[in-house]
Ligand binder design. Structure first.
Ligand code: IPD
Length: 293
């Protein structure tokens, strides 16, 4: 059978690697050379989006344009949902058309502070279903990939989620997100308290949703949950988790329900048992959807 999307996926892998090289050279320069960093200050001017802690740099914008341009040349009819294009006013509606869902730098706050986890995340959906996902963890130089129905891989090696079914023997990943609204922060802390006090072995967060999800797929953590993420943070990672044998859920209601890419809520876990337990412990508040006008 002809694998219609393989060419697109090969293109995504090349684009993510090239984009990652742009991000990494910036991040590494910050780590190692104060003088160069100061010289580049203009180029790495930090701007803000939805709040004073929702950061964006010129590198995010440049990398997104690089990816979009290269895809447009090869696949002129395809559509895009890109984090920085949406921030600039483009619509964020997922249709049935082939759509590239791009986060040029997932972990922008890490990037700005030279905290060494940043990723380029490219998901590709058709009929609102993710067909492939590519996450390039550029400072680790790890390429995570998944094709629907064909497994998940890191640098070509198959990925498998952890087989731990006991949440009390687990590590859970989560993030605090970029809202500093005290009421939202209280709800995030109350969920975190409930999860910690199950008790679990520990809670971690890499500062990028995409890498957190690759950690679930790799079996290093049993689950990742977050409320407030966006479709570009999770499109690629969600397929990588499910193709590694994991489970995806929304956090709405008692039993979670299926993942809705636009709902800004996700639980990605190694098993249904652990996913459902997390859903029971967390406060399922609903930020405005990504596709809400
Ligand atoms: C952010 C990261 C972070 C998560 C935020 C995201 P960005 O993405 O994934 O881990 O907590 O919710 O917005 O802004 O760096 O692309």
């Amino acid at each position: 059978m002809v694998d219609v999307w393989q060419t697109a996926m090969d293109h995504a892998v090349g684009a993510a690697r090239r984009a990652g090289q742009v991000c990494c050279s910036g991040a590494l320069i910050r780590c190692v050379d104060q003088v160069v960093r100061e010289a580049l200050q203009d180029d790495r001017k930090v701007m803000t989006k939805s709040s004073s802690v929702d950061l964006v740099t010129q590198t995010d914008q440049k990398v997104e344009q690089l990816i979009i341009q290269s895809v447009k040349e090869k696949f002129p009819t395809h559509r895009f949902i890109g984090e920085e294009s949406v921030a600039a006013g483009e619509s964020c509606v997922l249709t049935d058309a082939p759509t590239w869902i791009i986060d040029p730098i997932d972990g922008t706050t890490n990037f700005v502070h030279a905290f060494p986890f940043v990723a380029v995340s490219i998901g590709f959906s058709v009929n609102k279903q993710v067909e492939f996902g590519v996450v390039f963890s550029c400072l680790e130089d790890k390429m995570f990939t998944a094709r629907r129905g064909k497994g998940a891989f890191c640098d070509g090696e198959p990925l498998q989620v952890s087989d731990q079914e006991d949440i009390k023997q687990s590590i859970i990943a989560t993030e605090f997100g970029s809202s500093r609204d005290p009421e939202a922060v209280d709800r995030i802390f109350s969920s975190l308290r409930n999860v910690l006090c199950i008790p679990v072995h520990g809670v971690r967060g890499a500062g990028t949703a995409a890498i957190n999800m690759c950690l679930v797929a790799s079996g290093c953590v049993e689950a990742y949950y977050e409320i407030g993420i966006h479709v570009w943070d999770i499109a690629a990672g969600s397929l990588i988790v499910s193709e590694a044998g994991g489970v995806l859920m929304d956090v709405d209601g008692k039993d979670g329900g299926p993942l809705d890419l636009m709902s800004r809520r996700i639980v990605a876990a190694n098993s249904r048992t652990i996913a459902e337990r997390i859903v029971r412990e967390i406060d399922a508040f609903g930020p405005p959807r990504d596709d809400e006008p």
